[in-house]
Design a protein around this ligand. Structure first.
Ligand code: SRM
Ligand code: SF4
Length: 574
């Protein structure tokens, strides 16, 4: 166990798993190889997350497996680490193969520009990891108490700022990746040479940023543009907002301390928006990333995992102290005030758009990020066929959507006809509310889910779409995000409508965020039965239609009229 002063709060058990885990190895090779081990020990369950995998169970199977002697249907989720959400055509096709061979036949695009495989059996874990790595994609650090997938606007538009952001995104991902942990990863999954780190090893030499106990909790970073906040940077631990002069990138406004998750039973947990720290020049991107990460490593809470995020360091210290400590102890460059650069937009990057030089990309809306074949909508087969035929690059957005990139003008008609053949809707044919909606996976895979999310949001969105059409509001941009618990994986606290699982079929209703991710919404009513969500929202939209000022967005209207009026409109019971 790591050494601890008697006056300090007791460390969380996960700190023990990390410090004794020999740089993420634990006894994973042994437990994974042993067919008699049906599920992992607690320590290995913690450590496997750093390798990009979670042990889960099929919650749908609980009823049929309730008989004595029949255990849980254990399975694993695997998450890729894909900085900026980029995949070559061959990598995309390999991931499609893998989901068919080893997982549940679906690819799940995530809110952090990645892909998850669900339903991988323990006996197939190694083969799945090997197949992923054979495509030169890793899963190391996709989960766990390290820097997670780094986000950047994936749109291949012909502008120097996005290209700079993508390069900086890759550089930050590489710099903040585990080093000794990478050797464990190789040993566990790829039959690499067993590590030889004795207890006397200087942790800071082999794992220079993290040491042997890594971070107190996960760490998240993203790049965005002021006119296109498609990565929701204010929800991140670390955000880089691009600053340009004369159309050229010159640096970034640095933000820190954003995050969404909260816990019902713990009122000192809440979503927070990231705060501006200062302006950095382009050459300071990596020192700034390291500095913020080390500040978190040293000052984050290692006793209470519910309060272990960087956002609570920011909240508890206040932004002035945070800046003082960062510039004094963690950043060698000059202290500069943030530049004036308000966030003014968020682009979903849907439809056909020019990449310049005669090339085009196509942004498609993927409902809740789930690429599957169901009925006449054969999204998985269709995307596969298009990628195989045109060898186009795939890019995943932080809004759970996908772009296919690199077509010529002559290719476009053929691609459009393949979309028709496979029943894949063009985004412009979908309702605005569907395009702007997201849901987390929740049941049946997520062990933390209190309610359904991904499987019920389509119906809610359909009903809401009809209400908006009847009110003549179908062209308005309204973001609706649903999660199966308050952890906030679909970032529901900064959308115009947030629907958060409470238990059974009841949800907490949040209203009044902003389509561009600049403001938190507010809790309007708790424990709303799912069937009442749309009727309650209809009342607010009716009032919005009657009372909005010219050009006023729905979220801005709700923010202006205030919580008391919103509660009255929905008939909140408490
Ligand atoms: Fe998340 C835990 C899914 C983005 C906050 N998240 C989980 C787990 C792994 C459940 C678990 O711990 O056992 C979920 C797996 C469900 C499943 O069956 O797949 C899960 N989170 C997801 C994804 C797949 C949701 C999605 O619809 O895409 C996203 C994967 C992103 C990725 O590729 O890396 C995902 N999670 C987020 C985000 C959004 C973001 O990062 O921009 C958040 C809110 C931002 C934040 O971190 O504050 C988020 N996830 C959480 C939390 C709350 C953490 C906290 O501070 O309290 C948990 C719970 C935890 O870590 O203990 C969690
Ligand atoms: Fe699971 Fe909750 Fe995240 Fe949804 S929000 S995936 S239910 S942890």
């Amino acid at each position: 166990m790591s050494e601890q002063n008697a006056n300090e709060p007791k460390l969380s058990p996960v700190e023990g798993h990390k410090s004794e885990g020999r740089f993420l190895r634990g006894t994973l090779p042994e437990e994974i190889a042993d067919p008699a081990v049906e599920h992992l020990s607690d320590a290995n369950k913690s450590l496997i997350k750093f390798h990009g995998s979670y042990q889960q169970e099929d919650r749908d199977a609980r009823k049929t497996r309730a008989k004595p002697g029949v255990g849980k249907a254990y399975m694993f989720m695997i998450r890729l680490k894909l900085p900026g959400g980029k995949l070559t055509a061959d990598q995309y096709l390999a991931m499609d193969d893998i989901c068919g061979e080893f997982a549940n036949g679906t690819l799940r695009l995530t809110t952090r520009q990645s892909i998850q495989f669900h339903g991988v059996l323990k006996g197939n874990l190694k083969a799945t990891m090997a197949a992923i790595n054979a495509s030169l994609v890793t899963t190391l650090g996709a989960c766990g108490d390290v820097n997670r997938n780094v986000l950047s606007c994936p749109a291949p538009l012909p502008d120097a700022t996005r290209a700079q952001m993508m390069a900086d995104c890759a550089a930050v991902a590489e710099r903040l990746a585990p080093k000794a942990g990478k050797q464990s990863y190789h040993e566990v999954w790829l039959n690499g040479t067993p590590m030889n780190f004795g207890d006397a090893t200087d942790a800071a030499t082999v794992e220079p940023l993290y040491g042997k106990t890594y971070l107190p909790r996960k760490f998240k970073a993203a790049f965005a543009l002021p006119h296109d906040n498609c990565t929701d940077i204010l929800a991140q631990c670390l955000g880089y907002l691009a600053i340009t002069e004369g159309g050229k990138p010159v640096g970034y406004n640095l933000f820190a301390g954003g995050g969404q998750g909260q816990t019902n039973s713990q009122p000192d947990t809440y979503p927070l928006m990231a705060q501006p720290v200062g302006f950095i020049e382009l050459g300071e991107v990596l020192p700034a990333a390291e500095g913020i990460l080390k500040l978190f490593r040293d000052h984050g809470n290692r006793a209470d995992r519910k309060r272990a995020r960087l956002k609570y360091v920011m909240k508890d210290w206040g932004v002035e102290k945070f800046r003082d400590v960062f510039y004094r102890d963690y950043f060698a460059g000059p202290r500069r005030d943030p530049r004036e650069a308000p966030i003014t937009g968020l682009d979903l990057h849907h439809g056909w758009q020019s990449m310049g030089a005669g090339k085009f990309f196509l942004g498609l809306s993927v409902e809740n990020g789930r690429i599957k074949d169901e009925g006449t909508l054969r999204m998985r087969s269709g995307l596969r066929a298009i990628v195989a035929k045109y060898k186009c690059e795939a890019r995943i957005t932080a809004q759970q959507d996908i772009m296919l990139c690199g077509f010529s003008m002559a290719d476009r008609a053929g691609v459009d006809s393949m979309l028709n053949e496979y029943g894949i809707p063009r985004p412009e044919t979908l309702s605005q509310v569907q395009r702007w909606s997201m849901a987390c996976p929740a049941v049946p895979t997520c062990p933390l889910a209190l309610t359904e999310s991904e499987r019920v949001l389509p119906d809610v969105v359909k009903q809401l779409g009809s209400v908006l059409t009847d009110l003549g509001l179908s062209d308005e941009l309204v973001s609706v995000r649903m999660t199966g618990c308050p952890n906030g994986c679909a970032r529901p606290y900064q959308s115009e409508v947030g629907i958060v699982g409470r238990g059974g079929t009841n949800y907490t209703l949040y209203i009044g965020g902003d389509t561009y991710g600049r403001r938190l919404n507010a809790e309007v009513e708790d424990r709303v039965p799912i069937g009442q969500i749309v009727p309650k929202l209809a009342k607010v939209f009716t009032a919005y239609k009657a009372e909005r000022t010219t050009g006023e967005a729905f979220g801005d209207y709700c923010d202006r009229v205030g919580l008391a009026k919103l509660k009255e409109l929905v008939g909140a019971t408490a």
